[in-house]
Design a protein. Structure first.
Length: 379
């Protein structure tokens, strides 16, 4: 009688598959695998909790039966199958009677050894926080814009009258009292200078956006830094040379990265300070902003990284708010201006920080084939 035995390769493959299932099952991120017909063939325990269904029930379902038929998640899976490339889509709104409403970031990757199968990873919390922060930044920028406009019209004119009156009084008061009139004039001038700085926040209805070589912008800013406020700091440039042009306004982009790099130089130690400026392309990144109908395609990423001490935890959520600063004597308007200008470009900014590594990531739109060479922003 012939004894049937498993080959070492079959046993090895079986052990690898079992180990893979165990690892995926232990991850806290909801993960499902769908086949070419969108049938769910695998779900981990985190997916079981997220979808409020047992793994046994999920693996008997078709994805189209448990999410809305018009969900961008289905089109995302279709694109990944067609292109064979991994993609990430942010800001997917998913609402079902069973799981309620969520804002998700979904990573979709093809299984190369199993054609038609797609791995879907759901991130239900982190992107919601980013969207909330983005909206907070935009709201703060708009509030500062309105405040700047109001101050320019309602405060600067009376200040001119106050200054003029103080100058007249200075001519008629006793010499020992002129210190008070000089104080009035100096404080009036100081307030006017602050208002002048805030006027850069006012809305610019004729912002012209066109194709911009972001590497030329960054080279220009780094050259300014090396010859000025960034002397002694080591700059490292890690550019993706294949990056397509940014669709933006060159002068405003210079201002954005000038502010970010200046902040980075002030954060690092003059003795061993290092700032890494890098560019990259994130394939398939799309962002849905609540209140905006069209998807925002933001595949171009510019990162400004420094090796400073990091940003305190209690400052991070309000970092882009006006008048918030960690610098002694700072006005707290630099990052608020950055948030406004990035929003004017149709972009998005986020920040990650820990000791010896703080990174500001600016996500920007690219020039597409159907994009006109110039555009007026009427926001």
């Amino acid at each position: 009688m012939t004894e049937l035995t498993e080959s070492p390769k079959i046993r090895s493959d079986a052990r690898a598959a079992l180990a893979g299932d165990v690892v995926l099952g232990a991850l806290p991120t909801p993960i499902v695998v769908i086949n070419q017909s969108d049938d769910i063939v695998f779900a981990n325990s985190a997916a079981e909790q997220f979808f409020q269904s047992s793994v046994t029930t999920l693996t008997r379902e078709n994805l189209q039966n448990i999410i809305p038929h018009d969900s961008p998640l289905l089109s995302l899976a279709g694109k990944v199958r067609r292109t064979g490339s991994s993609m990430t889509e942010h800001g997917i709104h998913l609402m079902t009677p069973r799981i309620g409403e969520h804002i998700l970031s979904v990573d979709a990757s093809p299984m190369l050894d199993t054609p038609g199968h797609i791995v879907l990873m759901f991130h239900p919390e982190s992107i919601a926080d980013k969207l909330s922060d983005s909206l907070t930044q935009r709201g703060a920028a708009r509030s500062v814009s309105a405040l700047a406009s109001m101050l320019a019209h309602e405060v600067k004119n009376p200040l001119s009258g106050i200054r003029g009156a103080a100058q007249l009084l200075e001519q008629i008061v006793e010499p020992e009292d002129r210190q008070m009139t000089r104080l009035i004039i100096e404080e009036t001038d100081r307030i006017v200078k602050l208002l002048d700085r805030m006027e850069v926040f006012s809305d610019q209805p004729n912002l012209e956006r066109k194709a911009v070589n972001i590497h030329e912008v960054l080279d220009h800013v780094i050259e300014l830094a090396k010859n000025g406020f960034g002397k002694g700091v080591r700059f490292v440039e890690k550019y993706d040379p294949s990056l397509p042009p940014v669709f933006g306004a060159r002068d405003q982009l210079i201002q954005v990265f000038l502010n970010l790099i200046k902040n980075a130089t002030e954060a690092v130690d003059p003795e061993d300070g290092e700032i890494v400026v890098s560019t990259s392309y994130r394939h398939g990144v799309r962002l849905t902003i609540p209140g905006v109908e069209s998807l925002q395609y933001l595949p171009l990423v510019v990162s400004i990284q420094d090796n400073g001490p990091g940003i305190p935890d209690d400052m991070r959520r309000h970092l882009f708010d006006p008048f918030i600063t960690t610098k002694q004597g700072g006005s707290g308007l630099g990052l608020a201006l950055v948030a406004k200008l990035v929003g004017d470009q149709g972009g998005f900014i986020d920040m990650e920080s820990r000791p010896k590594m703080t990174v500001f990531n600016v996500l920007l739109p690219m020039v597409r084939e159907d994009t006109p060479s110039t555009e007026t922003n009427d926001e």
